[in-house]
Design a protein around this ligand. Sequence first.
Ligand code: FAD
Ligand code: UDP
Length: 403
Amino acid sequence: MISSDLVACAISTPFWRWRRRLSVGNEKCALHSERPTSFCAAIIGAGFAGCTIAERLASAGHCVLVIDQRSHIGGNAYDELDAHGVLIHRYGPHIFHTNAQRVVDYLSRFTDWLPYEHRVLASVDGQLLPIPINQDTINRLYNLHLDEAGVQAFLDRVREPRDPIKTSEDVVLNTVGRDLYEKFFRGYTRKQWGLDPSQLSAAVTARIPVRTNRDNRYFNDQFQIMPKDGYTALFQQMLDHPNIRLELNTDFFAIRHRLNAKTVIYTGPIDAYFDDCYGPLPYRSLHFEHEHQPGIAQYQPVAVINYPNDHAYTRITEFKHLTSQSHPGTSIVREYPQAEGDPYYPIPRPENEALYQRYKALAACESNAFFVGRLAQYRYYNMDQVVAAALKTADQILGLARD
Ligand code: FAD
Ligand code: UDP
């Protein structure tokens, strides 16, 4: 057991002293006993945020504890072989895409990559049409033969100019007009969020580009790649360090009173950290219905088909498209949005942002705690944005100047 007075490694301590003190703590502790437990840096959550910071601190010579309430590492990006040997993403499809060279360089230390460009079809008016909306979407939907300039002229004619653009409804109407909005966006968004697009911030539907050419890729990013051996293998590599101690099935709030870490990096929901003192922040949850299709090599033509207007689920994902796995059968998942359950999505709208800002102000008063990640920062972050935020926080903790 590390004595708590040896672990005086508050952020205000000069770096060299903190480093020396942190590095003494390699003894076993009894997290699940009633004895007080001391650590130098405790990281709550083993997703992208937690694993990145753990790896950075450990590689700089510091001993860190990582805990997660789940039975596995990887957070929502966790993947695993299902009972039939197909690599699936337990918490829905995770496609890696980024423009951040630093994030790619960093993660490339722990994985090789496979190229993968994501393509999605939407089931609309009895057809499977490309989404993001592009030249083919419009030509096939309206039985037209427009070229790029023709599609631009079409959109200029049907769009409903909005100024200012505040909501997710504004974004779509302003670009593609009412008919395309109603066919592709309104129903999907109501289902996904339990809210009308007019009740959501513009950034939600602004994630989806609109194109006049025939590019049918879902993302515009420079890097569109998948970890060669999957995400869980990537996380295992990140945590494979003698300075990292991992405790799964461990709820922070159950051990918080005994955890004597001078620095806490928290990646769970920020409102829970503060005992919901200003009231709970809204999150959107999902139910995942996984299914294996024996003897069917391919279930659908692309990885994801969206169902904006039919069914209670929003989309069906077939994993083999994402992972390039060969298998005589295939595995799919349907996503059913719901209010209750694990918090998967912050809900971007002004009143939620205002509530988050109150929690953020409380977080700023916690001199020895850092809040990083999709739930802790209440941001609709993709994986690469979480890694970028975590690298920035690690630099801050380690005292490295970087913007
Ligand atoms: P998480 O992965 O949520 O990890 C937080 C961890 O903290 C969890 O493991 C949780 O168990 C743990 N935790 C919370 N509270 C406690 C506690 N009290 N005690 C102990 N542990 C605790 N991003 C992309 O870039 N591309 C995609 O295609 C993509 N698809 C997605 C699809 C879905 C359905 C969802 C929900 C998200 C998707 N994302 C995607 C976003 C991506 O999942 C996140 O950006 C990223 O995984 C967030 O990492 P994180 O570490 O911040 O949080
Ligand atoms: N969206 C939509 N129709 C679609 C695809 C997306 O209305 O066919 C809207 C919807 O509000 C969705 C948001 O755009 O929640 C962002 O979509 P994205 O695919 O990025 O969602 P995620 O993968 O994060 O669930």
